[in-house]
Design a protein around this ligand. Structure first.
Ligand SMILES: [Zn+2]
Length: 264
């Protein structure tokens, strides 16, 4: 009897959670309820912004806001057109610029974005910022953090009463979340797999294009990063594909992104 119940439970979990990533159609196992991911993200984001210096009312900070709004609107419009609006259910978009020499940017589950001032020389212009924004937002839309966390907690998840066992108040889970979601601050914990990175690149170009930014700037951004050499930004550490692989991949998907490009 217990086996039957377990089977029913598993079927339910897999049936409702094994969804496909928008745009790429890749099947994924992301079992953590979005609401749980989001509430962990919201509390971590709040903490992070308290501990760091937020830049506001400068042209750069305004650009982060503007680009974030345009890209998130294009994401929402895209998802709506595909009947996939549930992907951003519960999202509370926020776009902040943080004073830090680190070359970094990220988007937490639920649409909480941070750009570090250290990345500005590489984004260089508004389209470059849109390329990075598109990439980071794509990680959240594709639920890459959820997928990684599902992997890491897989055994416990199957054994316990399921996803309900996850809690914002469980320090171990919050810790796992931070590590996998890649917001480990200075540590620059390797957050996403190469597969996730390339997927975010492909989706990000479409999101920026739909927001009115020419997707070719994505390639320029990676060229600038490559030219810098040396230390890579934490979000872009060694799991990130080599620049030449990445640029070849971006060129391959340029045509797809250009279909969405509408200059504004
Ligand atoms: Zn990435």
């Amino acid at each position: 009897m217990n086996k039957i119940l377990a089977l029913i439970f598993l079927t339910l979990v897999i049936g409702t959670s094994c969804k496909r990533v928008p745009l790429t159609g890749r099947r994924q196992a992301a079992f953590i309820p979005s609401a749980t991911m989001q509430s962990m993200a919201y509390s971590q984001y709040g903490q992070f912004m308290q501990q760091n210096k937020v830049v506001s009312n400068t042209p750069d900070a305004q650009m982060v806001q503007r680009v974030g709004q345009k890209v998130s609107q294009s994401v929402e419009a895209y998802l709506k057109s595909k009947n996939l609006s549930d992907r951003t259910k519960g999202f509370k978009w926020e776009f902040k610029l943080v004073e830090s020499p680190q070359v970094n940017a990220w988007c937490m589950p639920g649409g909480k974005v941070a750009f570090y001032t250290g990345i500005l020389p590489f984004s260089k212009n508004e389209s470059g910022m849109a390329a990075i924004m598109g990439h980071e937002v794509a990680h959240a839309i594709a639920k890459h953090g959820n997928e990684r966390m599902t992997q890491a907690l897989g055994i416990q998840l199957g054994a316990a009463a399921g996803a309900a066992a996850l809690s914002v108040n469980n320090p171990q889970q919050v810790n796992t979340f931070n590590q996998l979601a890649g917001y480990g601050g200075q540590l620059g914990i390797l957050a996403f797999s190469r597969k996730h990175e390339l997927e975010a690149d492909r989706m990000g170009m479409i999101f920026m294009a739909k927001a009115g930014y020419h997707p070719k700037e994505a390639i320029e951004v990676w060229k600038r990063m490559a030219a810098k050499g040396g230390a890579k930004p934490p979000e872009f550490l060694s799991t990130h594909p080599h620049e030449s692989t990445r640029i070849a991949h971006l060129e391959k998907y340029m045509k797809e992104a250009l279909v969405f490009y509408r200059p504004r």
